[in-house]
Design a protein around this ligand. Structure first.
Ligand code: PMP
Length: 368
């Protein structure tokens, strides 16, 4: 018998668990991880090379620990797109919004504390909770994947969690949470503890509605989490950020590793932000393709959750895993999130979406 993970003194709560991650299969059409299908435009690639070349000359030195220029530019982007003015002191950045969430849980969660999310939702919230020793509470959601405000507020009142996660638009279901619901949950969280409320807006640029960023005004325990992985088409960059009261930004600095954002990351993100206008044009194309997926899937007779994201949750299948495999056999990789009856497809290029729609059209014929 070879020595394995179970022979190591790993923490009890990690025993028997598997690491998070979608299959990275080499198939012609990959629509399983909500990436942006468009490669960065060539002028931006050139600008990144230039910025990184400059940064390389100083790589003997640690990077700007506080990422001041980057946070200033992120604040400008948020101000320009939300109409709500935020500045450097309101914004914090890390390696992907997963790291932002980890830092928030290290700061406001931890052993003896709990966090709640309304599931099905982004499963990393619970996994990062576990990794930081924070207890995880699975809050309720309706059959149609909306949040029942009363049931959710009751769950908060009963559990008195330290951190409340609200993902809008939600992953994997795609639906947005109305601002009134977020406000009601914030009130419930303040009455119960008071706890931190983290609004995960990873997909907000694809939404029909607006960012909830203006709600941070006068609500120091509300945090908006964002990422450059989706709308900016830069999942490989690993850059996430948050906007909140300056006290929250001060607090997360207690747990961040010094120099956590490399000079190369900062230079690349700054170059991408210089090209915001071009990158956001792809968002409009993706929104149109997302809407096309919704209507064509409905025409084919599938149930589809209303989507404000760059992906669509569709069903219902008697055996969603078998359906996933059949779509894969036709060269298209979608996501099986383990929600019985449902699968999720990310909006790709028009050609990729056509390939997906051909695959499900054939599947539908087989199932009928
Ligand atoms: N939040 C949500 C809701 C997500 O779906 C994802 C990525 N799938 C993330 C956060 C993390 O994204 P990243 O770490 O790439 O910023």
């Amino acid at each position: 018998m070879s020595f394995g993970i179970d022979d190591l003194p790993v923490r009890d709560e990690l025993r028997g668990k598997s690491p998070y991650g979608a299959p990275q299969l080499d198939v012609p059409v990959r629509l399983n991880t909500n990436e942006n299908p468009y490669p960065l435009p060539e002028p931006l690639v050139e600008r990144i090379a230039e910025r990184v070349r400059e940064a390389a000359r100083d790589l003997n030195r640690y990077p700007d620990r506080d990422a001041v220029e980057l946070r200033t530019q992120l604040a400008k982007y948020l101000t320009d797109t939300s109409g709500h003015e935020v500045g450097l002191a309101n914004v914090w950045a890390a390696n992907g919004s997963n790291e932002v969430i980890q830092q928030l849980l290290q700061t406001f969660g931890g052993p003896g504390r709990t966090a709640i999310g309304f599931e099905p939702s982004y499963s990393m919230h619970g996994l990062i909770a576990r990794g930081t020793g924070t207890g995880w509470i699975s809050g309720p959601r309706n059959e149609d994947f909306t949040i029942d405000v009363e049931a959710a507020a009751r769950a908060i009142a009963d559990a008195r969690p330290d951190v409340v996660f609200v993902t809008t638009p939600n992953n994997p279901t795609g639906n947005a949470v109305p601002p009134e619901t977020v406000l009601a949950l914030y009130e419930a969280a303040q009455a119960a503890k008071p706890s931190m409320v983290v609004v995960d807006e990873a997909y907000v640029e694809f939404s029909h509605g607006d960012s909830l960023l203006p709600l941070i005004e006068g609500r120091p325990q509300l945090v908006i989490s964002r990422t450059m992985s989706k709308a900016f088409g830069a999942a490989g960059l690993r850059l996430g950020y948050l906007a909140a009261h300056p006290a929250v930004v001060d607090a997360v600095q207690l747990v961040r590793l010094p120099y956590h954002l490399s000079a190369v990351t900062q230079a690349t993100a700054l170059a991408a932000l210089e090209h915001t206008d071009t990158l956001l044009k792809y968002v409009e194309q993706l929104k149109a393709e997302r809407d096309r997926l919704v209507s064509e899937l409905r025409e084919l007779g599938f149930q589809v959750v209303e989507s404000d994201a760059n992906f669509v949750q569709f069903g219902l299948f008697d055996d969603s895993h078998a359906a996933w495999q059949k779509i894969l056999d036709r060269g298209v990789l979608v996501r099986d999130n383990g929600i019985p009856g449902w699968l999720r497809v990310s909006a790709g290029t028009p050609e990729e979406n056509d390939a997906f729609l051909d695959a499900v059209r054939e599947l539908k014929k087989e199932l009928n």
